[in-house]
Write a protein that binds this ligand. Structure first.
Ligand code: 1PR
Length: 591
């Protein structure tokens, strides 16, 4: 049974005044002893696991979760439930000390996380628990916090259990930061929880990383290569931590959690052999969701953004149910799933509860990243109640989204920024990326191609196009639109992309109204222009018709991912065929 008590996150505020660890109650004599013994021990020395006699029995089906309230841990909860485990939330440091097994899915930024852990006495309890070789799994920030310090808004002191400083990826080395996507690992000896992983890809999303050194080499169970070699997992005795997200790494990720929860499981599948070593190109399935005229929430698909049938009834195209389709695409091998609430520009998304329900239901069974967009902006409802975009985003994150996608509101923010040259910090884009990190914020661009005769015809970035316009024009610019393509704005896709990167976007979803639903391929000129201009990942979207369009966009541009909708919804091309084709073309993908 799942514990019904409030998670630690909800008691953090009432415990903010706790400054002395001696005021914390450890709830068994044994744990109290262990806890007090370590109070005030600034120079931590990890004990050899062999010298320890304490080893909690792990026969129960409950797992203790340390959720300090900084972000979405719904996915890990869903994954644990999916594996048949109930969750006990940490409320006091004593709950850490008494845990049979503890999972720490660190989310958010390093400094606020350490602050909460220190103020509540959780830091001490965590160190004691780990030093005593109790079953522990840290995830993402939950790995980084074990190190001595981090450069993230710092230096900031960490728990100091592992030698090393967590630093930022160096984007000047030509890599895109954040590191978002699927990478293979170089698994070292005795990893145990990685026994089924082999050469399969797992999902990362982070800007900071720890690097291997002589001092920390005994801890390292795997490394990963992204511009440089960084630590992707550590293991010592019963203590594990991973930089990637097992709860978002599909079946392979679930196997990592399963092995942590059942340490003595025999190998179930032979790890895949191969040469996977780079960041895989992602294949994303996109579901445009809206209410049809009967009031049902359906997956629809536009033809250059027109989602109505060209029949007398003029109905909204209905291509299926959102939760069912998302589940199918997960099984088919989609690396990520995007939901765009395409009525969001008219209706307030928090009033659109079915969309929230879609996320909640989907995230119970889909263990790859979920993005949701549509209507993310500040809003005052009919009764005069004001909702900030942060509240809207928070609700989406709570409901199971890993990233939110902003369209129209990002266009207005970029226009303002370009005009004033000032970052006000007030736009939804800036606020959400400040609170949840830029890796959680995608900007969706809806540009339309505008042909011109000469590069100086407009004050926007103009390119020479591969295929001339209807009147033989050799040049074009890409005009951004808002409200689902209904209104053109005085800003180009190039200018917008550069501005939103500065304002804190972590990724760009690059649509193209001209190509949407046409099945004739991505707009290579546009994708090349944008993916060469920014240092964040770019998702090419609109126009995929055959697997060859995916290899074309990856070979000719620097896109990190390619997204399609119509061909998947109409079952014209299975996701697996796209992946197989990319493999044949020697483009690394997650299989
Ligand atoms: O402006 O923040 O409320 O966000 C609205 C979001 O909804 C934006 O991301 C915008 O792209 C999207 N949107 C609005 N209207 C439509 C529409 O189609 N009428 N959908 C719409 C845009 C485009 C793609 C599509 C690809 C691939 N969807 O995401 O899935 O073009 O299609 P294809 O493979 O079939 O060619 P805000």
């Amino acid at each position: 049974m799942e514990a019904t008590a409030a998670p630690f996150s909800s008691i953090v505020s009432s415990r903010q005044n706790l400054s002395s660890s001696s005021s914390i109650r450890a709830s068994s004599p044994a744990s109290l002893f262990l806890f007090q013994k370590n109070i005030g021990n600034g120079n931590r020395k990890f004990k050899s696991p062999r010298s320890l006699s304490v080893r909690a029995s792990s026969t129960s089906d409950s797992v203790t979760l340390l959720d300090y309230g900084a972000g979405n841990v719904r996915s890990i909860r869903n994954a644990l439930r999916h594996l048949g485990f109930s969750i006990k939330d940490v409320q006091t440091p004593g709950d850490i000390l008494n845990a049979d097994r503890l999972i720490f899915p660190g989310v958010g930024a390093f400094a606020p996380a350490m602050d909460v852990l220190n103020k509540t006495g959780m830091a001490e309890a965590l160190c004691t628990y780990i030093e005593n070789d109790r079953p522990f799994l840290g995830i993402c920030l939950g790995l980084q916090l074990l190190f001595e310090s981090s450069e993230e808004n710092g230096p900031v002191k960490g728990l100091g259990l592992i030698p090393g400083i967590v630093g930022r990826f160096d984007s000047s080395a030509g890599i895109r930061v954040p590191h978002i996507g699927w990478n293979a690992l170089q698994v070292g000896k005795d990893s145990e929880i990685l026994d089924d992983v082999g050469n399969r890809h797992v999902y990362f999303v982070h800007s900071y990383r720890a690097i291997p050194s002589d001092e920390n080499k005994d801890w390292i169970s795997s490394t990963c290569n992204y511009g440089e070699s960084f630590i992707s997992s550590i293991r010592r005795g019963n203590v594990h931590a991973v930089q990637f997200h097992p709860e978002k790494s599909g079946e392979v990720g679930l196997s990592v959690l399963r092995r942590f929860l059942h340490p003595k499981l025999p190998a179930t599948q032979k790890p895949m052999e191969g040469k996977a070593s780079k960041l895989a190109k992602r294949v994303i399935a996109c579901l445009d969701v809206r209410t049809n005229d009967k009031g049902d929430l359906v997956v629809t698909k536009g033809d250059q953004y027109d989602v109505r049938e060209q029949s007398n009834e003029n109905e909204v195209r209905n291509l299926g149910k959102p939760v069912d389709l998302a589940g199918q695409y997960y099984k088919d091998g989609a690396d990520e799933i995007s939901f765009l609430n395409i009525t969001g520009f008219r209706d307030f998304p928090l009033g659109d509860l079915p969309m929230i329900q879609v996320l909640r239901h989907t995230s119970k069974n889909v263990f790859v990243p979920l993005t949701v967009g549509g209507g993310i902006r500040d809003f005052t409802d009919a009764s005069g109640r004001y909702y900030s975009s942060l509240e809207v985003a928070a609700e989406y994150f709570r409901s199971g989204a890993d990233k939110i996608s902003i369209g129209s509101d990002a266009v207005y923010a970029a226009e303002e920024f370009i005009k004033s040259g000032v970052k006000t910090g007030k736009s939804s884009l800036e606020q959400i990326s400040r609170v949840y990190g830029n890796q959680a914020v995608v900007v969706s661009i809806d540009p339309r191609r505008v042909y011109v005769n000469h590069p100086d015809d407009v004050p926007y970035k103009v390119i020479r196009v591969t295929n001339p316009g209807p009147n033989g024009e050799e040049y074009a610019w890409y005009q951004c639109t808002v409200s689902g393509g209904r209104e053109g704005r005085p800003i180009g896709a190039f200018e917008l992309a550069k501005a939103v990167e500065e304002l804190g976007a972590g990724e760009i979803l690059l649509n193209c109204i001209d190509c949407d639903g046409q099945g004739k391929g991505f707009d290579i000129d546009l994708v090349k222009l944008i993916s060469d201009s920014v240092g964040i990942p770019v998702i090419a979207s609109s126009g995929a018709g055959i697997p060859g369009h995916f290899s074309e966009v990856f070979k000719k541009t620097n896109a990190s991912a390619a997204l399609a909708a119509g061909i998947f919804h109409r079952k014209e091309v299975p996701i697996q065929s796209v992946k197989e084709h990319l493999q044949e073309e020697h483009i690394e993908v997650r299989i």
